[in-house]
Structure formats: structure tokens, C-alpha cells
Design a protein around this ligand. Structure first.
Ligand code: KG4
Ligand code: ZN
Length: 421
């Protein structure tokens, strides 16, 4: 590697336009994220057409900001990396087209990165760099919590032991066995959701309870004020479905291992609990109250520009708070049970938890407690690296730059790109 190993990465798979400059896959020089939350919030979810338009608006200033904050120019770079999937086709295309143009105009190689691989490398990036305490990433007390079982020093290629990675976000709930091999990584799909992603369940439940978008952070904050055992939600064990043999999964993530090839103990399903919450809301007549809450706090003409947790708390009765706490407790419990069962079955002594839902406080604390009890290690990214960002894409691109594994000139968006087999 003749240069400094500088990669400029671009991420535009969903509702965040992000660019970052990372040195040798282990030192973040800049990480800029332009969120579109304000655009999509009034619709209670991401509107694909609006996402593409917002990416078009943001991409040039975001990339410029990433270069300038890193104090580098295009001439200093060794490669451009870009998320090629999975995600929204139009949104991905904005990033890919811009990355291609930059690479071509500057004679730089282009590296295509799978978004899910990026999330896994967010944890690894965190561990490779020691973030100074004045860094914006360290502003939250929860950042980079890590519990050690046996001491593991996980530099690229140093550790032959595979890790079990739970990628849990608004679009994905996947378990992978991630193994470093020489300069590259190998991923084996171990489990996945059959329907909704966990983050999607948080967002949908928040919406039906009249809370803001994205729903995860609201549920996280309000759950602390309710009784997690008030409503006994249960997840039944998913059975092997012989009729699904050979068929692709019926979810957006698609094109991964056929479900029938996966151990049903490591399959997730979150659409049932969403319906159970809806039934509870209807049965206890909580719906009018939820609608009033949404109208007053998040959507109505007099809605505050920025509702606070205190505002939402004041608008929730104890029964709703108990429901929120019980929903979160059940979802986290299911993620915990299946992840640790998979780790035990596969003999993985190291667990990585990543993606937007990995920001959840109950999830972090219960995973940390369980890991300590079982004497295995668990690692999370900082909060800034848990949700979508481009630093994780640059980190995942680094092994590919070393391996000279570049994208073809006709690279295009692959909305259902799979990771591993
Ligand atoms: O990784 P991400 O930014 O985008 C995707 O790739 O989907 O994840 C966004 C998801 C949303 O569903 C959001 O509600 C959820 O992560 N999320 C949370 C929390 N923060 C974000 N879910 C639970 N607790 C949180 N603190
Ligand atoms: Zn993501």
C-alpha cells in the first residue's frame, strides 16, 4: 500500500446521507451524517422517493464536509468506497453514481461494500481505534461498552476465532458467524427474521402508540418508566417449515440462505408482537389517547418543533408506559435468548451486536449481564456508529483495498444484496 491507506466512503442506502474518511480501516479522520428524519417523520416512515431527492441534495456538501474535516483532498485518497446494497434502489444509486464519478475523475479504485458488512465493521473499527475523550463519539456515557470474558485482541487477521454478529436495525435482524481469514472476512448466515426486522417492530409499535419517528429511541426512553413484566408477551418457538424448503425468505432482505437450511432456533419473527400490541391497544381502548398524543406532540398544527422525552412522558398514562416497557423487554429477551443460544451452539466466545437497535439501553445492559454470566465477550459500537454512517463502510472496505478487490465499472445498486451464505 503506497499511500496513507485513506478511504473516502459514501453511504446512502436508506435515510442517511453519510461520508467519512478513514485511514487504514482503523482511524476515523471524519464522519459526517446528514439525517433525513425531519423529512420522513411526518409520514411515520421512510418515503423512498423523498429519500432519493434528499440524498441528491445532500451528497455533494456531505462529501465536501468529510474531506475538509479530515483535512485531506481527493488527491490524498487511495480509494473510494460505497454501499452497493442492500437498501432502497433509488437511494443507493445516488451514492453509487457519485462515488463512481469521483473515482473515475480522480483515477481511484472503487470498492463496493455490503451495508450489513459495514455494520459488523462498525464494532471492529471501534475496537481498533482508541477514541480520545473529547471526540463527539464519546459524548454519550453508553459509548463502546464492552465486557470481557477471556481477553481478545482483535486486530484484522490476528484472531482466527470467529465471532457471532447480531445485526439488528430497521431493515435487518441477522445473525452471522464472522471469521477473519488472511486479508478478508468470511460470513456465514446463522439466523434471520422471517418477517419484520426488530427495528421495524419498534418503529411500528411507536407509531401505533402515537410516538415519533424513528420509534426506537422513544420506546427506549419511555420504557424506563414502565413495568417490563406488566404485559406477558411471548415468542413461540419457530418450527422447521418443511414447505419452505428451497424457497427464498419472504422479506425485503431476500436472497440469502433458504430458511429451511437454517436452524429454526435462530430464526426471529417480530410481526406477531406488533399485532399483539395493537390488540392490547384496542382491547384497553388506548387508541384515542395515542392519536391525541400524536396530534399534540408530533403532527398537529400546534405540535412542538422538537418534542422532548418529558413531553412524551407527560402525555403517557401508566398503562401505556407498562405496555411500552413490556414490549421492549420481550423483544430484547428474544434477541438475547437466540443470540446466546447460537453462540453456544457454534462455540463462539465473542459476540458483536450492531445496527440501530444496538443503541437500545436495555439491550446493552442485558447482553452485558448475560455475557458476563456465560464468560463470553460482547461488544457494541459507539452510539454514533450504531446507526447508519460511512465510517463503517470505509472500515469494511479496508480489507478489500488490501486484497485489491475492486468493483466493476458497471457497478449498480443491489437492493436485496445478501451477505454470506
Ligand atoms: O441501522 P439503522 O440506522 O438503519 C438501518 O439500517 O435500518 O437503524 C435504524 C433503526 C430504526 O428502526 C430505529 O427505530 C432503531 O434503529 N433504533 C432503536 C434505537 N435507536 C435507533 N431501536 C431501539 N432502541 C434505540 N435506542
Ligand atoms: Zn443500517
Amino acid at each position: 500500500m503506497p499511500g496513507r491507506g485513506l478511504i473516502l466512503a459514501i453511504e446512502s442506502s436508506c435515510d442517511e446521507t453519510a461520508a467519512a474518511v478513514v485511514e487504514r480501516g482503523s482511524r476515523t479522520l471524519s464522519s459526517v451524517v446528514a439525517s433525513q428524519i425531519a423529512t420522513h417523520a411526518r409520514y411515520g416512515g421512510v418515503v423512498p422517493e423523498l429519500a432519493s431527492r434528499e440524498h441528491l441534495r445532500a451528497i455533494v456538501p456531505v462529501v465536501r464536509a468529510a474531506l475538509s474535516q479530515a483535512s485531506v483532498t481527493l488527491a490524498d485518497l487511495d480509494a473510494i468506497a460505497v454501499t452497493s446494497g442492500p437498501g432502497l434502489a433509488g437511494a443507493l444509486l445516488v451514492g453509487i453514481t457519485y462515488a463512481k464519478a469521483l473515482a473515475f475523475a480522480n483515477g481511484l479504485p472503487l470498492i463496493a461494500v455490503n451495508h450489513l458488512e459495514g455494520h459488523i465493521h462498525a464494532v471492529l473499527l471501534n475496537e481498533r481505534e482508541s477514541v480520545p475523550s473529547s471526540s463527539p463519539q464519546s459524548c454519550h456515557p453508553e459509548r463502546a461498552k464492552r465486557v470481557e470474558g477471556p481477553a481478545v485482541d482483535f486486530e484484522l487477521g490476528d484472531d482466527p476465532e470467529p465471532s457471532l454478529a447480531l445485526v439488528v436495525s430497521g431493515g435487518h435482524t441477522h445473525l452471522y458467524l464472522a471469521s477473519p481469514t488472511a486479508n478478508t472476512w468470511h460470513y456465514q448466515l446463522i439466523g434471520r427474521t422471517l418477517d419484520d426486522a426488530a427495528g421495524e417492530a419498534f418503529d411500528k409499535v411507536a407509531k401505533l402508540l402515537g410516538l415519533g419517528y424513528p420509534g426506537g429511541p422513544w420506546i427506549d426512553a419511555l420504557a424506563q418508566h414502565g413495568n417490563p413484566n406488566a404485559v406477558p408477551f411471548a415468542f413461540s418457538q419457530i418450527k422447521t417449515k418443511l414447505h419452505l424448503a428451497g424457497k427464498p425468505p419472504r422479506t425485503k432482505g431476500a436472497r440469502t440462505a433458504p430458511i429451511a437450511n437454517l436452524d429454526p432456533h435462530f430464526l426471529f419473527s417480530f410481526s406477531g408482537i406488533k399485532t399483539a400490541v395493537l390488540r392490547y391497544v384496542e382491547l384497553h381502548n388506548l387508541r384515542p389517547e395515542a392519536e391525541a398524543r400524536r396530534e399534540a406532540l408530533f403532527t398537529g398544527p400546534d405540535a412542538p418543533a422538537r418534542a422532548t422525552v418529558e413531553d412524551a412522558l407527560a402525555a403517557c398514562d401508566p398503562q401505556t408506559l407498562d405496555l411500552i416497557a413490556s414490549f421492549q423487554h420481550a423483544v430484547v429477551g428474544d434477541l438475547l435468548k437466540k443470540t446466546f443460544a447460537a453462540a453456544e451452539a457454534l462455540g463462539a466466545r465473542r459476540i458483536l451486536v450492531t445496527g440501530g437497535v444496538a443503541a437500545n439501553r436495555e439491550l446493552r445492559s442485558r447482553f452485558i449481564t448475560e455475557a458476563a454470566r456465560r464468560r463470553v465477550s460482547v461488544s457494541f459500537p459507539t452510539l454514533a456508529l450504531s446507526t447508519d454512517n460511512a465510517a463503517m463502510i470505509a472500515a469494511a472496505a479496508w480489507p478489500r483495498l488490501l486484497a485489491q478487490d475492486f468493483a466493476p465499472a458497471n457497478l449498480s445498486a443491489d437492493p436485496s444484496l445478501a451477505l454470506g451464505r
